[in-house]
Ligand binder design. Structure first.
Ligand SMILES: [Zn+2]
Length: 399
């Protein structure tokens, strides 16, 4: 284990205290002490630092049991602002948040599949950031403390480099240095799985549970992956690539995967696989919109809700490999909570979980299966930009 200096520990404590307030929570010093397992005096010291930095404010005092009134604290709204960017293969979404992590603006632009030149893509990101700031009356770039950009694929956070983004054929693209040539806002990079997992920890299902320390957040989209919270910490691994569940092998020498391997989870449960399954069930299905994953999945989900036999059969076939791959995650990580999110999951909602749960049970060991709760993500807005804004806040605002 890497040694940590006392300054690092104090900062880590401030991060943990701040995280307990996200999502508009109002807490006393005693509540924070209980959540973090520290003394009220320690919680009080950290809260004092955060209040002095203008991040927390007292809202009211409550008197319980006739004792001294306990001050209620909450995050302070307003400036400085943070921008979270979800850069994906098909779009750039930039969203702006105030320091209490309330979303106050949204800007979106499409990225053409052929538009893979790094300079051009970075240009779209900068345009989107400028667009979302310009859309907020009375706010300028001077009010923005920093930007968090989520990039698909493998990201070197310290070096600011996109190590590998397979869909664009990027290898070693110096994203941060290209960015700073065009925009002087402080910027950090990460991978969407990490952003989504942070958002779920603080604003989703996991954030609502006391002592929620072991959580797996599954992202189902064109690509698939998962985020791991183990013993209360986001697991990054040695090279920030922990959670590449989509490229673990589900079927020996199975279907080819765009990563170059065969039999990967993603080849069976990515959105493209869902379209292939629909084609197998009914090659002439009117639900199929060739070349358009989002439109096909939306039609399929709507048809599944009205028990259309082709849609139900497709969903059942999809649930087999998905349930098996989730059971692998349950057996390997022994989570208390397994959240299923991503745009494919959001399109189907509960019928997907209902189809998958018996398969997870069938392929999980009994003890970890009995310990886990499966839940659909409740975060309605974009969790990637939210998680990236949280990281930007913790990096550029939190003392
Ligand atoms: Zn793969």
């Amino acid at each position: 284990m890497r040694p940590r200096l006392s300054g690092d520990l104090r900062r880590a404590n401030r991060v943990e205290v701040m995280r307990s307030f996200y999502g508009g929570r109002t807490l006393t010093r005693g509540d924070v002490a209980a959540q973090l397992g520290v003394s009220v005096a320690t919680a009080g010291t950290i809260i004092g630092e955060l209040t002095a930095a203008g991040l927390l404010a007292e809202t009211q005092s409550t008197r319980s049991g006739g004792g001294r009134p306990a001050s209620q604290l909450t995050m302070r709204a307003g400036a400085p602002y943070l921008v979270g960017v979800d850069l994906a293969e098909t779009h750039v979404i930039a969203e702006i948040f105030d320091q209490a992590m309330t979303r106050v603006g949204h800007f979106q632009m499409p990225v053409a599949p052929t538009d893979d030149d790094p300079d051009s893509v970075v240009g779209h990101v900068v345009d989107s950031i400028q667009g979302v700031i310009a859309g907020l009356a009375g706010v300028s770039a001077a009010d923005v403390a920093g930007v968090g950009v989520s990039l698909p694929g493998q990201v070197d956070r310290e070096g600011g480099v996109s190590v590998h983004a397979p869909n664009w054929g990027w290898h070693g693209v110096p994203f941060t240095s290209l960015f700073t040539k065009r925009c002087d806002l402080p910027v950090l990079l990460d991978n969407p799985l990490k952003a989504i997992t942070l958002a779920e920890m603080m604003f989703g299902e996991a954030g609502d549970r006391d002592n929620q320390t072991d959580t797996v957040v599954v992202n189902l989209g064109t690509g698939v992956g998962l985020g791991i919270v183990a013993e209360g910490r986001l697991l990054r691994g040695r090279t920030n690539s922990a959670g590449e569940w989509g490229h673990t092998v589900l079927v020996a020498d199975g279907l080819p995967c765009h990563c170059g391997s065969r039999g990967c989870v993603e080849a069976y449960v990515g959105a493209a696989a869902l379209l292939d399954l629909l084609t197998e069930v009914d090659p002439d299905s009117p639900l199929l919109v060739p070349g358009d994953q989002a439109a096909t999945v939306a039609r399929l989900a709507e048809a599944a809700r009205r028990a259309d036999p082709v849609a139900v059969a497709t969903l059942e076939r999809f649930a087999r490999p998905l349930g098996m791959a989730l059971a692998n995650a349950v057996n390997m990580l022994n989570p208390e909570l397994l959240v299923v999110g991503g745009w494919v999951s959001a399109a189907f909602g509960e019928p997907l979980l209902a189809a998958v749960e018996p398969v997870v049970k069938e392929f999980s060991l009994t003890v970890p299966y009995d310990a886990v709760t499966l839940a659909a993500s409740r975060i309605a807005d974009n969790p990637v930009s939210l998680g990236m804004a949280v990281l930007a806040f913790e990096t550029f605002v939190l003392p």
